[in-house]
Design a protein around this ligand. Sequence first.
Ligand code: NCD
Length: 306
Amino acid sequence: MQFKGRDIVSIKDFSREEIDYILKTAASMEQIAKQGSDMLHGKILATLFFEPSTRTRLSFESAMNKLGGTAIGFAEPKVAAIKKGENLADTIRVVENYADVMVLRHPLEGAARLAAEFAKVPVINAGSGAEEHPTQALLDLYTILKEKGTIDGLNITLMGDLRYGRTVHSLAYALSLYNVKLFLVSPELLRMRREVSDAIKQKITVVEASAVEDVLAETDVLYVTRIQEERFPDPTEYTKVSGTYKIDLKTLKDAKEDMIIMHPLPRVDEIDHEVDNTPHARYFQQVWNGIVTRTALLALILGAKK
Ligand code: NCD
């Protein structure tokens, strides 16, 4: 298996064997992520964030620092040269001289693919519009595996904004490589985008539902997402769905005792804070697992780990 020099643009570029290998590598990095190492000493990561982010950017920067490398970049394109009208391809051809690997977040679908075509160094997609967020899917899988000991055999419910949420697109593609049953729960307006649901239905059993109560008793992993207000082409559509779903203690009364609840964060109002103290909540553990998974990805891509 060859990871050195690879781009991570879409989760669809990876086979089940490759994903399993990444998850195994992540497990072997837990200790290193805690204690630090000099594995990537002298290597530079550039973060190019054309959209707001807290955790994904800090998570990559922290992972790089933990491996002894350094991180440079911008999170506010308004103050970068982009403001002067520079196009993405030029930005990439400049930044590749400064860094050994680039992490890009961009509002346009296809942006990461374009960047990867221009860049001589590996490009990691940290979110391409509503399309994909492959490293989030990898850390989500890592969380499921760590918490449940398996991915195969589980019933997994993806709930919320399945149309504009990029994390659930990458996660659904990835889960379709495993032996899982997938429940998709969303308001009608926010149903899973066709391109994704058509593809995954070829591989696994997918059941669409409009109420989480209909599938909760069977669910092993409940993955909740916020409504992506900023991606709605028409604000009146947003007002129709805003506040239409919420997980609280009442919703959870029929849940399996060992069901876990995940969320890519940020949370708005879709999981009540009273759920945080139940044994189901795992969304803050996901944040740590993000660091661990990203140290594994950086070490593999930069050739420090085989
Ligand atoms: C997600 C994203 O940016 O797509 N956040 C993240 O990376 N953890 C989810 C979201 O913004 O709702």
